[in-house]
Design a binder for this molecule. Sequence first.
Ligand code: 5GP
Length: 190
Amino acid sequence: MKKLRDRILKDGKCYSGGILKVDSFINHQMDPNLMKEVAVEFIRRFASTEINKILTIEASGIAPAIMTGFLMNLPVVFAKKKKPSTMEKMITTTVHSFTKDRDYSVCISQDYLTPDDKILFIDDFLAYGNAAKGVIDLVRQSGAQLVGMGFIIEKAFQHGGDFLRNAGIHVESLAIIESLDNCEIKIREE
Ligand code: 5GP
């Protein structure tokens, strides 16, 4: 997605440890027009896939997920990082965060993830694929079907995408970062 690639090159900031900051348009301040175009692109790429629900993880996946759900007229559910004491029929999994270097649990109620659901998972970043693996586990526990995973930005050099594609999952990433070596952002041309 050219507009996204150009924006990353213009406003993205590189940090040591292979971290890309996009706080001025995705992760802190958000650009709703770009987010809408991101959602339109997800819809185009998953046009031939039957989907009845969008799933994400709080917090940074919610913006692209709600925009996609709004335009597709589908419900959006987010997995929570804190276990609410009132949640019924909770399923949980553990995810390792490499940006924060710690494990955390994510949970979701089976009221909102059911065996009838055909799930498109949407998130901001795909790095090592740990969050995605957690989602795969939640979907498996619920009996729902995972029909695709869409990421705004994939960091190819951390190989989460290889794992997911090798597992036969339909993965779409709108900008693929080849390298952040020497704090230079290299993005794959489509
Ligand atoms: P993974 O689980 O694939 O290793 O990492 C995905 C999650 O970690 C994303 O949901 C995102 O919140 C966070 N993340 C991973 N890499 C980056 C990065 O370079 N920049 C930012 N802003 N978040 C990242």
